[in-house]
Design a protein around this ligand. Sequence first.
Ligand code: SF4
Ligand code: F3S
Length: 265
Amino acid sequence: KYNPHKLPVIWLETNDSGDNNIAFMSSVYPYLQEVFDEMIDLLYSNTFMAAQGREALEILFRPAKKFRGRFTLVVEGAVPVKDNGLYNLIARTENHDITALEAVTALGGMAGHVVAAGTCASFGGASAARPNITGSVGVSQVLNREVINVSGCPVNPDWLVGTLAHLLMYGRPELDSLDRPTMFYGFTVHRHCQRRSYFDQKNFAQKLGDIECMFSLGCMGPRTGADCPYRQWINHVSWPVKVNTPCIGCTNEDFPDGSTPFFTP
Ligand code: SF4
Ligand code: F3S
């Protein structure tokens, strides 16, 4: 039943690993149940809905028409454009295959806001990594409108739930030069890293497991915008550097190609 106090959302999954979906389910503040009960009206999602096949297809475009201009389109995954988008099909009918390219283009033109969940949807990400045989690109490259990029591989549940909450309560959040909400991406990982004092003293790790700054091992923290050091991950308990792993720059526009090799020996 329609609740005017919730944000109508259509969630399309395209070329990704499903990791953003799993991260979203791990939201703890608020919990997923509260997200569904209080915040969003999830009108279509291949993961969360019971309908399958023809039934699912029938409910894909119906709510989009009903809530035209008011619903938020969440896209999880990159959009393959090579060979007319053949490498990701949202649905098959007797006489027509609906590609992700077609669905994102059509629904993106009808939505009030478009949110790209994860780095694949934001910038192409792992789905567009060399040699990118499907011609995958970020959502903003196939839409002639603003896309709110909530990057991360996967996206931190707070970043996605927080962005949806902001749209519901205050409207469009302030965005950075890559169209990401500044409230989550405004500072580099490096700025608030707990090993920053080692960096400032030029005290660098020799190998993984050492307690010093891992810039010497290829840490991307200095050029990666994200609040991981203080927000932390899944239940807010830890993050890469805390478990002796350099930041690999998963929120960046050039991830993963621009970050490889991930670890410098
Ligand atoms: Fe910066 Fe990385 Fe060193 Fe932390 S470990 S201080 S993020 S270079
Ligand atoms: Fe990603 Fe770096 Fe945070 S790899 S999870 S942005 S610490």
